[in-house]
Design a protein around this ligand. Structure first.
Ligand code: NAD
Ligand code: WQD
Length: 339
């Protein structure tokens, strides 16, 4: 298939490109590089053995250039990663998040339908469940109250896409609700490259192990969990990438909107992650117990069985591969893509 990949220079997008090429698809990446660099695409090209990944530096809010792109190319489907994703930043810059994520996606959807391209895979998030009342979380669990504007952008966009698919039966949309993506490609060439102080656990742990940060702050040890620290469903980014290739098949056979959790179905606590990282990689990760972080839930993990039964997809990599590949990427690229 010919696939438009928005946000393809980013963390999950770049890993998905590797799987798309492996599966024989053609891609064109659009990205405004607001949270990524061309270097990730050069590395993808190296991994898959091509000269370069076709790329256009375009902001998805730029209707004119998006329109031009669809005039010049035929796309069978779009995988839409482009968006801002920092939870804390979204609280202090809500307008920018609604403008970029919602404004950008509305423009993309409009240009897509104008050109008759009505197949879309959308990066949604487990965050749309809010404080879920069931665990593990199934796709039938209703969307809940989000605790931040970032989460609301995902929740609102899911609603927009459901309404559009109801009104126009030609749309085929897959909403993928990711749990906690971690890890990196096994080559160590591509990985997660956060700006400044990482918000997420795994890049923080890696930077502490490298000595870039003194210690990990563990946000609360008084939750009702195995050791009091928060439990999450961490999923290797290459498994997540494979989930997108599997979802492309669903676009061919299903109508309307389909929703799938992409997780492993297994939760690990913060301290279990620290321990696994230390043991697997033979490094020390000093930590300090701190207060709870606002907006955090105690436990969140998926029931991924629907993706297994309908897409034939399941996560293959375990916690050891997750921490090993994160560490390899961090060691080989201490300053991310800038070096
Ligand atoms: P990322 O920031 O690494 O990648 C997003 C990419 O989109 C970046 O390359 C950025 O430059 C680009 N982008 C942002 N706004 C754009 C715009 N207006 N026009 C063109 N390009 C734009 O993030 P990621 O971790 O790869 O996440 C990809 C998608 O998955 C996002 O939509 C994110 O919300 C979603 N998601 C991420 C996680 C996670 O923990 N990483 C979890 C659930 C969902
Ligand atoms: C994981 C656990 C923290 C950092 C976020 C977004 C969510 C989704 C994935 C996009 C929690 C603890 C963390 C640290 C810590 N993104 N922690 N010290 O919060 O589950 O999910 O990323 O859609 O929307 O909210 O992930 O990696 O931030 O935290 O103790 O320095 O690690 O409290 O229990 P989270 P995370």
């Amino acid at each position: 298939m010919n696939i438009l990949v928005t946000g393809g220079a980013g963390y999950i997008g770049s890993h998905t490109l590797v799987e798309l090429y492996k599966a024989g698809h053609n891609v064109l990446v659009v990205d405004n590089l607001c949270n990524s660099s061309r270097e990730s695409l050069r590395r993808v090209a190296k991994i898959v053995g091509i000269d370069e990944v076709p790329f256009r530096e375009v902001d998805i809010r730029d209707r004119e250039n998006l329109d031009l792109l669809f005039e010049e190319n035929h796309f069978d489907a779009c995988i839409h990663f482009a968006g801002l994703k920092a939870v804390g930043e979204s609280v202090s810059m809500p307008w920018e998040y609604y403008d970029n994520n919602i404004g950008g996606t509305l423009t993309l959807l409009d240009v897509m339908r104008k050109h008759g391209c009505k197949k879309l895979i959308f990066s949604s998030s487990a965050t749309v469940y809010g404080a879920a009342t069931e665990m593990p979380i199934k796709e039938t669990c209703p969307r809940g109250l989000c605790t931040n504007p970032y989460g609301w952008t995902k929740s609102m966009l899911e609603q927009v896409m459901e309404d559009m698919a109801k009104a126009d039966r030609e749309w085929r949309i897959v909403l993928l609700r990711y749990f906690n993506p971690v890890g990196a490609h096994e080559s160590g060439l591509i990985g997660e490259d956060p700006n400044g102080v990482p918000n997420n656990l795994m890049p923080y742990i890696s930077q502490v192990a490298l000595g870039k940060r003194e210690y990990l702050g563990v946000f609360g040890n008084d939750y009702e969990t195995v050791d009091g620290t928060g439990v999450r469903d961490y999923i290797h980014v290459m498994d997540l990438a494979a989930g997108h290739v599997a979802a492309l098949k669903a676009l061919d056979i299903k109508d309307g909107v389909k929703i799938y959790n992409l997780g492993t179905g297994r939760g690990y606590s913060v301290l279990e992650m620290v321990q696994a990282f230390e043991q697997e990689n033979g490094v020390k990760v000093p930590y300090v117990i701190q207060g709870r972080r606002a907006g955090d839930v105690a436990i969140c993990y998926s029931d991924p069985s629907l993706a297994q039964s309908e897409l034939g997809w399941s996560a293959k990599r375990g916690i050891n591969e997750m921490v090993r590949d994160s560490w390899r990427w961090q060691q080989m690229n201490p300053d991310g893509y800038s070096k």
